[in-house]
Structure formats: structure tokens, C-alpha cells
Design a protein around this ligand. Structure first.
Ligand code: NAD
Length: 248
């Protein structure tokens, strides 16, 4: 990449988001990460170094998104890359899942992704150098996995949103792609798998590469999709899953 990319990553203080921030920082990009917890955010920023800044923001606050985006623009000068990484999950059966549970998950995983992408795209289209948006979905968008009904719904919507945004934003020079991670070792997946040996052994039995993914596997894919080397790729759902989705 020629000059320093200006990158906004949501949920950058842990797991996959932190690894994505690490990758972009290592590649000499200027990065803003966001999270809800001031202390965790500060810890991540100090580990990531001077190319990274942290802005505390709760994505459930949809009304606050336009001001938040302006704040990021002021901080970075422009926004070349948006990675909508932040997400939440909840393991409950259909019958235990309340409307409030469902809406809470969709609000953060889908509606906030839409609102942030829309407002960042409005900035990108005015820039000389346009930009690239990267969404993060999940294998639950493709598989019927039990007890994650709200999460599956929210991530399936993100894949549809990726295609719809890609066609509308292509004429403006903005690419939109999505990474569908397989099972990646992070605090979120540990919560879902560590106390469920049956689910864990099912995951491993259908992963030809024989291991869970590392957050850096997703970071490498995000960096590629943001780069000029992916310049003719848009609307793509890139599975980064060690073959899980084609495993027998
Ligand atoms: P994680 O729990 O480690 O990180 C999620 C991040 O999102 C955290 O930093 C959290 O603070 C942030 N976040 C959550 N709600 C937020 C809100 N309302 N406002 C601001 N920030 C918020 O999880 P992870 O595994 O690193 O997940 C990252 C993304 O990857 C998520 O979108 C997740 O759905 C997706 N994903 C993860 C896996 C996996 O196996 N770990 C698989 C498929 C998809």
C-alpha cells in the first residue's frame, strides 16, 4: 500500500478486532479502535502503540453514530477502511429467546453495522481516495446451528447487506466485502465451546485443517481485502474457516 491507510475498526480491544488492529498497525496504517470499556480500550491502545487511538463508543447507541463517525474523521483526517468487527452472541433456545434478546443482538450485529457503513460511506464517497468496507459474518449465516437464533439471523443479514451495499457503492468507488470466520479462538468462541465438549468435537471433526482458527488468520484476510490487491473484489463473502464449510 502506497501511503498510510486510515482505518476504523469496531470492537478492537479483544479477539479478532485486536488482531486486525495489530495487523494494520504493523503495516504502518493509522488506526482507530472502539469499544465500550475504557480500561480495556486503554490497555489495547497501549499494546498497539502510537499509530493507534481508542474512542469509547457503544454501538447500541444508534443515535450517536453520526457524531461518532465525525469524531473518527476528525481524528484520522479521512477514513479509507472500515472494519465492522464488533459483535455479540447469546446461547439460548428459541423458546428462551425473548423479543428483547433478539432485538439487542440484531441492533449491535446488524443495525449498527448498517448505520456505521452508511455514514462512513458518505464520507468515503467525497474523498479523492474512496475506500473499502469489511463486514464480519459467521458460519451461522450458512449453517443451521442450534441455540444461536438471534446471532444467526443477525449474521445472515450482514451477508445480504454486503451484497446490497456492494452494488450501490461500486459506482462510487467503494468496495464492500465480508469475512465469514470459521471457529476462531477468542473470548467469544471460548464461551460457546469450552463448556460444550460435544459442540467442540463436532467443530473439530469437520475442520479438515484440524485446528481452530487464530485471530491473525482473520486479520490477514481483512488486510488483503482492504488492499489494492483486492481491487476488483466486491460483494464477496470470504470464508476463512480451515475448510470447515467444505468438511465432510
Ligand atoms: P470478542 O467478544 O472477543 O470481541 C468482540 C468485540 O466487540 C469486543 O471488543 C467487544 O467489546 C465489542 N463489542 C461488543 N458489543 C459492542 C458494542 N455494543 N459497542 C462496541 N463494541 C462492542 O469476539 P470475537 O470472537 O473477537 O468476535 C469478533 C467478530 O467476529 C464478531 O462480529 C463475531 O460475531 C465474529 N465471529 C467470531 C467467531 C469466532 O469463532 N470467534 C466466528 C465467527 C464470527
Amino acid at each position: 500500500m502506497a501511503d498510510a491507510q486510515k482505518v476504523l475498526i469496531t470492537g478492537g480491544s479483544s479477539g479478532i478486532g485486536f488482531a486486525i488492529a495489530e495487523k494494520f498497525v504493523r503495516k504502518q496504517c493509522d488506526v482507530v479502535i472502539t469499544g465500550r470499556d475504557r480500561e480495556k480500550l486503554d490497555e489495547a491502545v497501549s499494546a498497539l502503540g502510537s499509530r493507534c487511538a481508542g474512542i469509547r463508543f457503544d454501538l447500541a447507541d444508534l443515535g450517536g453514530i453520526p457524531a461518532f463517525v465525525q469524531h473518527v474523521k476528525e481524528k484520522l483526517g479521512r477514513i479509507d477502511v472500515l472494519v465492522n468487527n464488533a459483535g455479540i452472541n447469546q446461547k439460548k433456545s428459541i423458546f428462551e429467546t425473548t423479543n428483547e434478546d433478539f432485538e439487542r443482538i440484531v441492533r449491535v450485529n446488524t443495525t449498527a453495522v448498517f448505520a456505521l457503513s452508511r455514514d462512513v460511506a458518505a464520507i468515503m464517497k467525497e474523498q479523492e481516495k474512496k475506500g473499502s468496507i469489511i463486514q464480519i459474518s459467521s458460519m451461522t449465516a450458512a449453517y443451521g446451528i442450534p441455540y444461536v437464533i438471534s446471532y444467526s439471523t443477525s449474521k445472515s443479514a450482514v451477508e445480504g447487506m454486503t451484497r446490497a451495499m456492494a452494488v450501490e457503492l461500486s459506482p462510487l468507488g467503494i468496495r464492500v466485502n465480508c469475512i465469514a470466520p470459521g471457529f476462531i479462538k477468542t473470548p467469544m468462541s471460548s464461551k460457546a465451546l469450552d463448556n460444550d465438549p460435544q459442540r467442540k468435537s463436532k467443530v473439530m471433526s469437520r475442520t479438515p485443517m484440524g485446528r481452530l482458527g487464530c485471530p491473525s488468520d482473520i486479520a490477514d484476510a481483512a488486510y488483503f481485502l482492504a488492499s489494492g490487491e483486492a481491487g476488483y473484489i466486491t460483494g464477496e463473502i470470504l470464508r476463512v474457516d480451515g475448510g470447515n464449510s467444505i468438511g465432510f
